[in-house]
Design a protein around this ligand. Sequence first.
Ligand SMILES: Nc1nc2c(c(=O)[nH]1)N[C@H]1C(S)=C(S)[C@@H](COP(=O)(O)O)O[C@H]1N2
Ligand SMILES: [Mo]
Length: 360
Amino acid sequence: MPQTQIHFSEPHVIKPTPDEWFVNKGSGTDFESRPSAWGGFITDNDHFYVRSHSPTPKIDVASWRLKIEGTGVQTSVELSYEDLESMPQVTLTRTMECAGNGRRFYKEHFGVEGEGGQWRTGAMGNAEWTGVRLLDILARAGVKPAARNVMPVGLDDHQVRRPVPVEKALREDTLLALKMNGKVLPPDHGFPARIVATGWTGTANIKWVGRIQVAAEPLHSPYNTMEYVLVGPDYPMPLPALGPAITEMPVMSVLDLDWPAELLAALTKEIQGRSYAGESGVREVAYSIDGGPWQLAEFFGPNLEGCWRQWRFPWQPSPGQHEIRVRATDERGRTQPDSVPWNHHGYLYNAVVAHPIVVA
Ligand SMILES: Nc1nc2c(c(=O)[nH]1)N[C@H]1C(S)=C(S)[C@@H](COP(=O)(O)O)O[C@H]1N2
Ligand SMILES: [Mo]
């Protein structure tokens, strides 16, 4: 159900966000996908979650320029949209997940809300992104050997910006995307250009990029010192950051069902879901029904680098209350834990959860 509704004179998100497809998080700019509406392997643009710190900016592409500058490049460069379109285009399918996905579970496990939007499991999606490799763009400015951090800066009100190590920026699978699922990037998803940072937290995928700062020194912004850092008794405080910056996303699983789910006994024969493991792949998925033994789910659909992997298992439930647990293991042998340590902002909740299901 939608939480507190705020009414704005102008919509802060441009695309339609009907309740059948999205859970409105109440901020006006945050819409969680309903996993029951995700569809197949690819999440189409209409169904992709939206997470923005400020309203979708309206950008005039004719006057828009991408500036590359800073102490880590030989020369400053300005590129137009046409310049980017004329460069070699690369297409990659990649899953994107917000670091705050699953934040609601902290409240349930610790009795205290992690600070931020109370996302359940739908702050993620999987799209085919087309654009220019960031390394090709940075090469135009000439990356100095001394370069350490690369910080794309958004043109939104908050100028969301967040440095990544130069090694991540120069990877072949880090893009400046111009297209999403074959269509011009939708305004809410970063038009004219957004970063795609394979396997990393949603925030590393900066939307509405206008400038890329390359620095020979470590860079800091509110988004790697105060937010998107792990703050809590079990984490160090590497000042000026209040905690370690989130990079890669951990292995997690989600059922393709609403929370809680309502199913009809006569129509239920199978349960589907998906698991995602950041820069790694998903190796094995096990499930347990009503606290019963763990069994292996069957994979189906594509198994692509940096993408979620779909799975299914048969289930013919009796009417009543049920719960399903799912536990994935990634290619590096990391399995979803039974609990995760507390952090103030409620990031990276990837523990096994009991999904409540009411069968009628
Ligand atoms: N400029 C800018 N980029 C941004 C954000 C933002 O608010 N401003 N939000 C980030 C966060 S927290 C996430 S999870 C993803 C969400 O991308 P989406 O709205 O396309 O799903 O974009 C990231 N990039
Ligand atoms: Mo996010």
